[in-house]
Design a protein around this ligand. Sequence first.
Ligand code: NAD
Length: 283
Amino acid sequence: MNNVSSTAQAARLFDVGGRAFVVTGAASGLGLAIAQTLAANGANLLLLDRDEDKLKETAATLGKAATLCVLDVSDASAIQAAVDEFTFKRGTVDGVFANAGVSGGPGFGTAMGATLGRLQDQDADHWNQVLQINLLGVLHSMKAVIPAMKQARRGSIVITASVAGMQAESFVSYAYAAAKAAVIQLVHQSALELAPFGIRVNGIAPGYVRTGIANGCLHDPDVEAGLVRRIPLGRLGEPHEIQGLALLLASDAGSYLTGGLFPADGGVLLGTPVSNPSTNSLS
Ligand SMILES: NC(=O)c1ccc[n+]([C@@H]2O[C@H](COP(=O)([O-])OP(=O)(O)OC[C@H]3O[C@@H](n4cnc5c(N)ncnc54)[C@H](O)[C@@H]3O)[C@@H](O)[C@H]2O)c1
C-alpha cells in the first residue's frame, strides 16, 4: 500500500467530519485538547464549562464549529437543556466526552495532604461537592445524550476516569479516588445496558498530565520531580497526548470498542520503574 492510500484510509477510519459532539470541562486541559482535535477534524461541538472566561478563549481558537454554554455539570437540567438545543440544531448527537472534574484537594501523600487529606480528615460536605461534579456530573452528561442516541441507534460516550480509580494513589484526595472508581463502574454497567442500542461507552484513564487541575500544581517543578520517579516513561503527559485516543473512541475506528478503560498514563499502572533513565543512568 503506498503512502497516499494509507493516509486516505487512516483519514476515513478516524473521520469525525460533520459529526456532533458534546465536551464537558472543555475550557482547559484535557477537555480543551479533546475539543481541539475534534474541531480540527471537522466535528461540530457543544462545549460546556463553568469557567466563562476560559471557555470564550477556547472558542476563539476553534472557530465556528463550537457552540458554548457556561454551566455547572452538577446541574442536570442545565445540561439537558443545552444538549437538547444542540441536538435539535444539529439533528443528532454523535458523542459526549464527560470530562469535567476537580481534584477535591490534596491526597494524604502530599505535603498539604499530610494534615488535610487523611482518612480522619474526610468531611461529608466536601465529599458531596466532589461527587456532585466528578460522579453525578458524568451521570447527567450521559443521561442528556441517551434519548437522541437511542433514537439514532448509535453514539459514543467517553468518560474521563483516572488511574486513581484503579489503584491506590496517595497524591489525590479520597473523594477524587472514590469518584473515579465509581465512574469506571459506570462505564462497565452502562456499556452493557446500551450495547443493544449501538451506543458505545468507554473510559480514558489518564495518569499525570500537565493541566490546570489541582490549582495547576502539575506545573510546579518540585511536584513534577516527585511524580516523575514513578512514571515509567519518565515524564508527565501533555494534554495533546490524549487526542489520538479521543479521536479513536469518537470515530468509526473505535466501532468495536465498548466497556473499555484505556490508560493514558506513561506506564504508571505498571508500577514504579525499577530504574528510570531520568534519575539513573543506564548503560
Ligand atoms: N491532569 C491529570 O493529570 C488528570 C489525571 C487523571 C484524570 N484527570 C481528569 O481529567 C479531567 C479533566 O481535568 P484536567 O486535568 O484537564 O483539569 P483542568 O482543571 O485543566 O480542566 C478541568 C475543566 O473542568 C471544568 N470544570 C470543573 N468543574 C466543573 C463543573 N462543576 N462544571 C463545569 N465545568 C467544570 C474547569 O473549569 C476546567 O475547565 C478531569 O475529570 C480529571 O479528573 C486528569
